[in-house]
Design a protein around this ligand. Structure first.
Ligand SMILES: *Cc1c(COP(=O)(O)O)cnc(C)c1O
Length: 195
């Protein structure tokens, strides 16, 4: 079980305190914010791992590829194109997770559930073992368990090892359903101003 400490909106000093306490894996949802906070920390903490967990615009793909160790929000063919192009230019490719919109909610990122299998197949064909797993966020008001179970089943069906699911409010249910990575922000750092 890996803890991704979601440090969005937190100052670099909060990340430093977590690093000093032994935490190495962090999540940010905005490329610009991550670009400001993390590169200076890598010099002192070379085993730091940065996950990008927010909806990603194609025009940020190159910077995302430069910065991230894991991009958790691959959710559409145009972004796959942009990431492939960026990887070629940058000479590196982060690990990739396909994000599924578990509740098919219009305001959330992620490939629709009905399109997930086809998109995952296409990403596996294109990115090979760089496509490491799946990420999803269940709808807020619902019992998350069936959504987590659904995502775990899709990961199993595609032979993918990483299952990133569970946040401060629902990580116990996510772990029970087989999460390999939980993304925890407010329960670690305290509440944050609305991002
Ligand atoms: C902000 C965020 C989290 C962390 O949320 P908390 O409820 O503060 O734990 C996890 N995943 C994603 C995609 C997020 O945007």
């Amino acid at each position: 079980m890996q803890l991704v400490a979601v440090s969005k909106t937190q100052p670099a000093s909060a990340v430093q305190a977590a690093l000093a306490a032994g935490q190495r894996r962090f999540g940010e949802n905005r490329v610009q914010e991550a670009a400001g906070k993390f590169p200076p920390l890598r010099a002192s903490w070379p085993d730091l791992r940065l996950h990008l967990i927010g909806g990603l615009q194609t025009n940020k793909a190159r910077e995302a590829v430069r910065l991230a160790d894991v991009i958790e929000s691959l959710d559409r063919p145009r972004l796959a194109d942009a990431l492939a192009d960026a990887a070629e230019r940058e000479g590196r490719m982060p690990d990739l997770l396909v994000q599924v919109n578990l509740g098919d909610e219009p305001q959330k990122s992620g490939v629709a559930r009905a399109d997930a299998d086809r998109f995952i197949d296409a990403c596996q064909a294109r990115f090979g073992s760089r496509l490491r797993g799946l990420m999803g966020v269940p709808p807020q008001a619902a019992d998350p368990a069936p959504y987590f179970a659904w995502l775990a089943e899709r990961a199993r069906a595609h032979g993918l090892e990483i299952l990133s699911m569970g946040m401060s409010g629902d990580f116990a249910a996510a772990i029970a359903a087989g999460a390999t990575h939980v993304r925890i922000g407010s329960a670690l750092f305290g509440s944050r101003p609305r991002a």
